[in-house]
Design a binder for this molecule. Sequence first.
Ligand SMILES: O=C(O)CCC(=O)C(=O)O
Ligand SMILES: [Fe+2]
Length: 285
Amino acid sequence: MKLKTDNFYKEGYLCIKDCLSQESSDLFCNTLLDITFFHLKKVGKYSAKIEKIYNSKKNTLDKLSMMFEMFETNDKEMLYQLQKFFPSSNNMKNIINSNYLSQIFRKLLKIDTNVPLLIDGPGIFVNRPNTKRLLYKWHSESHYYPKRRNFLNIWFPIFSKKNDKNGTMYIKKKSHLIKELPFNEYQGFDKSSENKKNHFIQYEVPENFIKKLKTYKANLSVNDLLIFDRKAVHTSTINKSNKYSFAAVFRVWDISKDLTISGDLAVKPYQNYGNGRPDLIVNDS
Ligand SMILES: O=C(O)CCC(=O)C(=O)O
Ligand SMILES: [Fe+2]
């Protein structure tokens, strides 16, 4: 494998240009639209409108944006539930299921071919123009999956490129090397959305803890892939354009080093004391 992986260890992320096939990207996007359509058209009030958009001559991005827009204003719970279907779709998961990528994932996770490589996702990040509800503050994935010691984050644009203008991903370089970072836990984005239903749970790493670090600003085309360390501190950015932009995320994980018996990726410590048992043995590195 020729790909240079030094950047992943040094800076905490690796960008691989043009590594997804157009065919698998198209299948991913069409499936995303189909699942959205069959889910949203169940709501009687919007059925006819959703059907009309789906059968129109618009492109997939425009169809999806129009459907999301209708529910974003009127019925967020439908969009919230929609997210839960995607991980059950082979058509979507297959986009990162190539031998080439599996070899890279194994190399970065430092695992042999017999160690199971588990794939969680996809999740779809919807960046609505000038909307804070769907954004994350600076955070580290390790705080969301505290019992998981060996996993990668995968992030890539779908439908259209992602950059500073339409909302992208910033990563603090070398932040994955910091031994321990505190975080502020709350629901919502700012004071106006505090504790609101269907808002994200933030484990915010305050900016002053990472302010000395340089920022990588993702500027990616469709079919490029960004892989980053579980401890790399990153953030969403606001979409300043007038069109929706979308990204897909996966987590690729190895269970062999985790000091828990739980099969739930996001298992939380200090709760019911039920995720461990006596006599567990895992490697210390
Ligand atoms: O795309 C975004 O806005 C945030 C994505 C993110 O935090 C992640 O992929 O872990
Ligand atoms: Fe994240």
